[in-house]
Design a binder for this molecule. Structure first.
Ligand code: EPU
Length: 458
């Protein structure tokens, strides 16, 4: 039986946690600015990796500020099927005890992997611990092919044997792993984490060139150093790892989620609202803040967070997504919603993934004027195109948005549909919303706190 809960009800979500539940649909009545305060907790893209790192320790690890999101639940389940005890104090503190770690059955790993790509990061720690690892067919958001060739090539360089099976990939290293010289074809976040999580316990020294240097990666390095690892990084994306014989547990507070902070900032811009994002910090958001300001946004930096609002009429911008310290690919989707309200033509070049502009079709259904160039294009404002897989979106505004019936395609695209619906006149129906739980904690509670007008059905 379906239920209908309104934003003014005491518990606005179907699962009682202020979070989205499977099968729910949001009915959103837009046209109201979002105003108020939301808190962001630890970054999804650090918490999940630090949880995997706990497998490498010989004692318990404590991870703080862990967000209640479904990607964390997936990693927790995967750790548990491998015999790791995970205790959650309900306040964002996880205690992870790897002392009972065991090998898990293929079927169990497959059943718990869900839609996440994190299972691939279990390979190095499991190869050290058990001499073998299994990766099921990987999920993750449908934002391109998202291959794992860099990961597998790196693991082979460390001495692992890789066997492709119909159900997934089996890796083994009965003789243990040794240090390696690896140059990544592209500064991949996941492949850099793979090398870090594997190199710390490999025999000898590992040199990684063309590494990703996102703040979440520097935090993963800090976690591993707390565990006893010896890792240094040099200019030009070079990381050195001196392998050690054993590692201990860590106690670490996650860095704040910059993707969530940028998302709420764009929600303020798109709805002409005023949002204070508690926990957001300036240094990790410098690139975002520059673009936010150029697009007509204003922000005030405080000790405990950042306030985001419009500074006047919105202005068009040209943006290229890139690896850190560039403009993150995860920021472009909510920004594009705001750019539909800017006076003039904006261009967003997506250079990280080969298919991350498909979500704009639904924005056009809502009244936006966005033309996607699937092969990308050169423009005088930008540096040379960097990757063969680039695409570009040209957004012409301002166009009034109106309600529509849309289906969430992926995490950041889904968030963008919700803020587009909140900026639009009339009622929208947003389906498949549970994907948003992968990366946004207590999403419905936050919408309610910001004055959004919506019902949850299901
Ligand atoms: N790539 C390959 N081969 C590989 C690995 C990557 O060709 O073996 C390519 C990808 O296809 C893509 C590019 O390299 O074109 C970058 O991928 P990267 O490995 O950097 O991404 P990721 O580690 O899979 C993480 C985040 C993403 C975020 C990207 C970029 C996690 C769990 N995911 O993905 O987050 O967009 O880095 O910063 O950390 C999100 O939060 O919504 C999200 C998708």
């Amino acid at each position: 039986m379906s239920t209908l809960l309104s934003a003014s009800a005491p518990t606005p979500s179907g699962n009682g946690n202020g979070d989205l539940a499977s099968g729910q649909v949001l009915k959103i009545r837009g046209g109201r600015p979002l105003t108020g305060r939301v808190e962001v907790k630890g970054a999804k893209n650090l918490a999940t990796k630090a949880m995997v790192a706990a497998l490498l320790g010989e004692t318990e690890s404590v991870l703080r500020d862990v967000p209640e999101i479904s990607d964390v639940n997936v990693v927790r389940s995967l750790l548990e099927v491998h015999g790791v005890t995970v205790q959650d104090d309900g306040e964002g503190v996880l205690r992870l005890d790897p002392r009972g770690a065991v090998s898990a059955h293929f079927e169990e790993i497959d059943a718990h992997a869900g839609a996440s790509r994190i299972p691939i990061l279990f390979c190095g720690p499991l190869l050290h611990l058990l001499g073998q690892a299994f990766i099921p067919d990987l999920g993750g958001c449908r934002i391109g092919d998202r291959p794992i060739d860099f990961h597998l090539d790196a693991l082979r360089s460390f001495g692992a044997t890789v066997d492709k099976l119909p159900s997934g990939i089996r890796l083994s290293a009965p003789e243990g792993l040794h240090g390696a010289n690896i140059t990544l074809p592209y500064p991949s976040v996941g492949a850099t984490e793979q090398v870090l999580l594997t190199g710390v316990r490999a025999r000898g020294t590992t040199e990684l060139r063309n590494a990703a240097i996102e703040p979440e990666i520097l935090h993963l390095i800090a976690v591993l150093q707390k565990m006893g690892a010896i890792i240094s990084y040099e200019p030009n994306r070079v990381i050195f790892i001196e392998g050690v014989d054993s590692l201990r547990g860590y106690d670490h507070r996650c860095i704040f989620d910059r993707n969530e902070a940028a998302s709420w900032a764009c929600a303020a811009l798109a709805t002409d609202g005023d949002i204070f994002v508690g926990g957001a910090k300036q240094p990790e958001m410098l690139t975002f803040l520059n673009v936010f300001r150029k697009a007509g946004g204003e922000f005030d930096i405080h000790e405990d967070g950042i306030r985001f609002h419009r500074g006047g009429a919105l202005k068009p911008v040209t943006v290229e997504t890139d690896v850190h310290p560039g403009f993150m690919t995860d920021w472009q989707q909510p920004l594009i919603v705001a750019l539909t309200q800017a006076e003039g033509t904006s261009t967003v070049h997506e250079t990280v993934y080969e298919n991350r502009l498909g979500f704009t079709r639904a924005l056009n259904q809502m009244g936006a004027d966005i033309v996607v160039h699937p092969e990308g294009f050169a423009s005088p404002e930008r540096r040379v195109p960097r990757r063969a897989l680039e695409q570009a979106a040209v957004i012409t505004g301002p166009t009034p948005l109106h309600g529509a019936d849309v289906v969430v395609p992926d995490l950041r695209g889904g968030y963008s549909y919700v803020i587009a619906a909140l900026a639009a006149e009339g009622e929208s129906t947003v389906r498949n919303v549970e994907i948003i739980r992968r990366g946004y904690e207590k999403f419905l509670d936050k919408l309610t706190a910001l004055g959004a007008d919506y019902d949850v059905i299901g």
